[in-house]
Design a protein around this ligand. Structure first.
Ligand code: FE2
Length: 190
C-alpha cells in the first residue's frame, strides 16, 4: 500500500506564465523517458526480482518517480493556469489546449499519447537493471535539454533537482546490478 503525503517532494516555483515551455516539459509527464514510464517500469519489475534488496530499491525509486510525475504535472499546470487564449494561440501548447484545455494528460512533447510499450519487464534481473540504468540516463539527458531551453529561474531550479535525482537513481541501479552479478543465486554472470 501507499501513504499519500499532501506536499511536493521539492518546491515547484514558476516565475512566469509560459505555455511554450509547458508544452516541452510535458515530455517528462507522458514521454518515453518521462516520470510515468519510470514509475510504472520499476513498480512492475519488482515482483520477479530475485533479491529482496533490489526489490526494495525498485519499490523506493518507483515510488519516488510518481512523486516526480506529480512535480512535473504541477510545473505544467502552473506554467499555463493563468495563460490567456491570446498567450496560448500560436504556441505548441495550442494543440494540447484544443483537446484537453488546461488539464494534464500524459503525452510527449510531440503529442503522442503515453503507452506501456515505453518500458518492459522481462523477469530477468540483468536485462531489467540494464534497462533501468539506461532509462535513468535518458531521463537525465531530457532534463539537460529542458534546462537548456528554460529561461524561467524557478522552473530551472526544479528541473535541476529532478536531473540530480536521475543521477542518484542511475548509481543505485548500478549498485543493484553489481549485487545481482555477485549473487550466487543468479544464474547469469557476464
Ligand atoms: Fe529516476
Amino acid at each position: 500500500m501507499w501513504l499519500y503525503e499532501k506536499k511536493l517532494q521539492y518546491p515547484v516555483r514558476v516565475d512566469t506564465t509560459n505555455p511554450t515551455l509547458a508544452a516541452m516539459i510535458i515530455e517528462q509527464f507522458g514521454g518515453a523517458d518521462g516520470e510515468l514510464s519510470a514509475g510504472l517500469r520499476y513498480l512492475s519489475q519488482r515482483w520477479t526480482m530475485p533479491d529482496k534488496r533490489v526489490v526494495a530499491t525498485l519499490n523506493d525509486i518507483g515510488t519516488e518517480e510518481l512523486a516526480h510525475w506529480e512535480m512535473i504535472g504541477t510545473l505544467v499546470y502552473r506554467l499555463t493556469k493563468d495563460a490567456t487564449i491570446e498567450q496560448i494561440k500560436g504556441t505548441p501548447f495550442e494543440a494540447h489546449y484544443v483537446n484537453h484545455g488546461k488539464s494534464l494528460y500524459p503525452h510527449n512533447a510531440a503529442g503522442s499519447p503515453w503507452t506501456a510499450t515505453y518500458f518492459n519487464a522481462k523477469d530477468d534481473p540483468i536485462a531489467d537493471l540494464h534497462e533501468d540504468m539506461a532509462a535513468e540516463e535518458k531521463a537525465r539527458a531530457t532534463y539537460e535539454w529542458l534546462i537548456n531551453i528554460s529561461d524561467d529561474p524557478g522552473v530551472t531550479d526544479t528541473l535541476r533537482f529532478l536531473r540530480q535525482r536521475e543521477i542518484n537513481h542511475f548509481q543505485r541501479f548500478g549498485e543493484s546490478l553489481m549485487l545481482m552479478q555477485d549473487n550466487n543465486g543468479c544464474r547469469k554472470h557476464y
